[in-house]
Ligand binder design. Structure first.
Ligand code: AMO
Length: 432
């Protein structure tokens, strides 16, 4: 039976006579007539000792049989003394990308241009193990709090986040769009009687700019719930959610996090310390910090303000997570529920200097919705489905979305969200 690399030491300790292992040739070294091969599998790697020279190449896939033995000098403290080796797939010798190389010395463009091979690097693969754990914890937490998972269509007749950032798609004899957000469908499903729903799925933004925080396709982790009073109910859910995600990561993936960052994910305690600051006050704090740091005046919560607020919060509150709520009307979509004439029941979450979440309570009263449309220059005929949703009984509700790549990048200290996307899509990149 195949034994994983991480279990070879235990097999040696228990005196197993023969084990089988299989994986990729990660490294080859010849020393005094003995060949050492580092075999890589999904669990890690193990040293193989070969007494005869074999025509192996890096990245070939092999299967071996041999005696497991303890060896302090071998990585992981054990090795396999190989008696039988079968090459399942011989890799060509002209490997275009150094899979076993030091990622910190390879530029992002080379990593992404060679994505098929760069994903084999254990440190790069670790990003996606952490990401999978984030999604697993996100889903588990919500399920255990009465939320039902949904999967909504990504082909839509119109956008929800503003018309300029839509990708159009030929759909038979019509043009349709790739969904920017599942928000309308989340709301429909709250009113369907499920009351609490979540979705993890791609979202599409035809944004032309190339920044370290934007992707044209990203994974949106969406939440929507009924019977809320204000955005504060949503912030409480997000705090619980993030504390659970961070705890799970520190418990199960500290090794993968340490491959990238000196800092573990925040503790549940630091999440509970996260301040909730009204927009106007947040802007004032950001400006006070800007003055201290000899920076120019800040007029809205832009990327610079996000960085200053998180640094301030870390210093003053012991939390790298900050919630900014009560955004002015002009910064929020028309359907956002008003707090008063100028402010809305909405919020952003900022983490380690980056916005990771936007959310808020939505309009749910039919007549209020109709009244607000003309104030934004909008016509009711464009919103017939939204109107049906609200006209026939919709509870007070709201929701939020967490950007999966942004959260992954901030936990690991990656400098660009593209690193946290398996196959990133930007203006130039649509392959692989
Ligand atoms: P918003 O447009 O702010 O809100 O998006 C929510 C979160 O999604 C992530 N995100 C992105 N990540 C990478 N690249 C992008 N281009 C990108 N755009 C957004 C961010 C952001 O905070 N419908 C609302 C949510 C809601 O109210 O339910 C929405 O989509 O982390």
């Amino acid at each position: 039976m195949r034994v994983l690399a991480k279990d070879i030491k235990a097999a040696a300790q228990t005196g197993e006579k023969t084990v089988q292992a299989a994986g990729w040739v990660h490294r080859i070294r010849e020393l005094g007539g003995v060949n050492f091969v580092i075999l890589r599998d999904r669990s890690g790697s193990v040293q193989l000792v070969l007494n005869e020279k074999r025509a192996l190449t890096l990245e070939s896939v092999i299967k071996v049989e041999g005696e497991p033995a303890l060896n302090e000098k071998a990585p992981g403290g054990a090795e396999i003394r190989v008696s039988k080796l079968e090459c399942l797939s011989l890799a060509a010798a002209d490997l275009p990308y150094q899979v076993n190389g030091d990622v910190s010395k390879i530029g992002l463009e080379a990593v992404l241009d060679n994505r098929t091979l760069s994903l084999r690097n254990p440190k790069i693969r670790a990003i996606f193990e952490v990401q999978a754990a984030i999604i697993e914890a996100f889903s588990a937490y919500l399920r255990s709090n009465g939320f039902t998972e949904i999967k909504s269509s990504k082909l839509v007749g119109s956008g929800t986040e503003g018309g300029t950032e839509l990708f159009s798609v030929d759909y038979f004899d019509k043009k349709v769009y790739l969904a920017q957000s599942p928000q309308f469908y989340k709301e429909v499903m709250v009113a369907s009687g499920l009351e609490r729903v979540f979705e993890v799925a791609p979202a599409y933004r035809a944004e032309k700019h190339d920044t370290p925080r934007h992707l044209n396709e990203y994974v949106s982790m969406d939440v929507e719930m009924g019977f809320i009073e204000s955005e504060r109910d949503l912030i409480e859910i997000e705090k619980g959610l993030l504390a659970f995600i961070f705890d799970e990561l520190n418990r199960k993936h500290a090794k993968e996090i340490a491959m990238w960052s000196d800092v573990p994910a925040p503790s549940a305690e630091s999440v509970s310390n996260a301040p909730v600051i009204p927009y106007d006050e947040a802007l004032k704090i950001a400006n006070d910090e800007a003055v201290k740091n000899k920076k120019a005046r800040i007029f809205d919560i832009n990327p610079e303000a996000e960085a200053l607020l998180c640094a301030w919060s870390e210093r003053e509150k012991g939390s790298a997570l900050v919630f900014v709520n009560e955004f002015p009307r002009r910064y929020r979509p028309f359907y956002t529920y008003p707090l008063d004439a100028s402010r809305t029941m909405s919020f952003d979450a900022l983490f380690r200097g980056l916005e990771i979440t936007t959310g808020g309570r939505r309009q749910h009263v039919y007549q209020d919705f109709l009244d607000v449309l003309p104030k934004f220059g909008l016509k009711p005929e464009y919103f017939s489905n939204y109107i049906t949703l609200l006209k026939y009984g919709c509870p007070p509700h709201g929701g939020f979305a967490l950007g999966c790549e942004r959260l992954t990048a901030k936990i690991l200290g990656l400098s660009n969200v593209k690193e946290a996307s398996l196959f990133p899509r930007d203006r130039k990149r649509v392959v692989p």
